[in-house]
Ligand binder design. Structure first.
Ligand code: ATP
Ligand code: MG
Ligand code: FE
Length: 333
C-alpha cells in the first residue's frame, strides 16, 4: 500500500510518500525555522501563511521524487491535530482536495501517534508498548496495549520539555530552536548547579515550568550579585535535571508494568544526545524490554510518520469524508 502523508501542525510543511510503512519513497520537509528565529518561537499567523505558500510545492516535489502520479497513491493521510489550528487547516484542506479530486480514501492522523509510529521505520513495535513523547508541545507517557489503543499514564502538568529547552535557550541567548543548541553546549559542561527539582502530584506526571523559572532566577541572582557562571555548566545542569525528571517516571512505569515489551521515544527532543545515552543505560537495567529511539531524521516533524500512522489507521478502518476538520486539541485516547 502506498500512502501520501501531509503534516502542517506547527512550523514544518511536510509531505511524504511511504510504501508499506517501511519504505520511504520521498519525504519533503520545508522548515520555517528562519522565519520564526527573530521572534524566538513560532508565530502562528506567520506559520499558517507560509504553509499556504509551500504546501502545493511540497506535494508536487514529493510525487516527483517518488516518481509517482496521484493515480498510483492508495490513500491520503493528514494530521488532524493537535497543533496550531490555522496551520492544521492548511494541511487538512490540501488533503481533502487531493482525496476528492483523485477519488482516494482520506485518513485522519493524530500527530503524536505519528511521532510514536516513526519508530516503525526501523523496527516492528512489540506490544504492549510504552511510548515516551517528548516534543515542542507535549511530554507524555503513553501505554499501548496493542497497535490501536492509547492510554495516557502520565503527562506534563505545565510546559512541554521542548518548550522548556527553547525558553532556557532564550534566557541564555542561544537562539531558536533551543534544543539542539543546549544539547551541544551541555556537552562542554558539567551539571554542577542545583536547580529546583519539579514537584508533581501524579505518579507518572512531569513538570517543567518550575525548572524553567529556576534557570531564569539563577541567571538573575548571579547578575545581581556580580557573580559569573559557566553557561555550559548551566546548560548541562538544566538538561540533567529535566531528563532525570523524565527518566525517573519512565522507570516507575517499567517497574509497575512488567508486561511492557518495548519502550520507544518520539518527538523532537528524542534527537537529544544525552537522552539517547540515558535510553541506552536503561537497556542494561531492563533486559526483558526492547528499547528504540527513532533515527535522527524522523525525530522532529515530518510526514513519513504521518503516512505510516495513516496506513495503520487505514487498516483499522478509519476514514474521513469531506466534512473532515482540524482539531487543535484532539486527544490521543
Ligand atoms: P508537537 O509534536 O508536540 O506538536 P512540535 O511539533 O513543535 O510539537 P517537534 O518538531 O516534534 O515539536 O520538536 C521540536 C522540539 O524539539 C523543539 O522544542 C526543539 O527545541 C526540540 N529539539 C530538537 N532537537 C533537540 C535536541 N537535540 N535536544 C533537545 N531538544 C531538541
Ligand atoms: Mg517543529
Ligand atoms: Fe511534533
Amino acid at each position: 500500500m502506498i500512502v501520501l502523508g501531509i503534516e502542517s501542525s506547527c512550523d514544518e510543511t511536510a509531505v511524504a510518500i511511504v510504501k508499506d510503512k517501511k519504505d520511504v519513497l520521498s519525504s519533503i520537509v520545508a522548515t520555517q525555522i528562519d522565519a520564526h528565529k527573530e521572534f524566538g518561537g513560532v508565530v502562528p499567523e506567520v506559520a499558517s501563511r507560509i504553509h499556504v505558500e509551500n504546501i502545493s510545492i511540497c506535494i508536487e516535489k514529493a510525487l516527483q521524487e517518488a516518481g509517482l502520479t496521484m493515480a498510483e497513491i492508495d490513500a491520503v493521510a493528514v494530521t488532524k491535530g493537535p497543533g496550531l489550528i490555522g496551520c492544521l487547516h492548511v494541511g487538512v484542506q490540501a488533503a481533502k482536495t487531493l482525496a476528492f479530486a483523485y477519488h482516494k480514501p482520506l485518513v485522519p492522523v493524530h500527530h503524536l501517534a505519528g511521532h510514536i509510529y516513526a519508530n516503525e521505520l526501523v523496527v516492528d513495535l512489540k506490544y504492549p508498548v510504552l511510548a515516551l513523547i517528548v516534543s515542542g508541545g507535549n511530554s507524555e507517557l503513553v501505554y499501548m496495549k496493542d497497535e490501536h489503543s492509547f492510554e495516557i499514564l502520565g503527562e506534563t502538568q505545565d510546559d512541554a520539555i521542548g518548550e522548556a529547552y527553547d525558553k532556557v535557550a532564550r534566557v541564555l541567548g542561544l537562539g531558536y530552536p533551543g534544543g539542539p543548541k543546549i544539547d551541544k553546549l551541555a556537552k562542554e559542561g558539567k551539571p554542577v548547579y542545583t536547580l529546583p527539582q519539579p514537584k508533581t502530584e501524579g505518579r507518572y506526571d512531569f513538570s517543567f515550568s518550575g525548572l524553567k523559572s529556576g534557570v531564569l532566577q539563577f541567571v538573575k541572582r548571579m547578575e545581581r550579585n556580580g557573580q559569573t557562571f559557566e553557561m555550559a555548566d548551566l546548560a548541562a545542569s538544566f538538561q540533567e535535571t529535566a531528563l532525570n525528571e523524565i527518566f525517573s517516571r519512565v522507570e516507575r512505569v517499567l517497574d509497575d508494568y512488567p508486561e511492557i515489551r518495548h519502550f520507544v521515544v518520539g518527538g523532537g527532543v528524542s534527537a537529544n544526545s544525552r537522552l539517547r545515552e540515558k535510553v541506552e543505560a536503561l537497556q542494561d537495567k531492563y533486559p526483558a524490554v526492547e528499547f528504540t529511539v527513532p533515527p535522527m531524521y524522523c525525530c522532529t516533524d515530518n510526514a513519513s510518520m504521518i503516512a505510516i500512522a495513516g496506513q495503520i489507521a487505514y487498516e483499522a478502518g478509519r476514514r474521513a469524508d469531506a466534512g473532515l476538520t482540524a482539531d487543535c486539541s484532539w486527544e490521543i485516547e
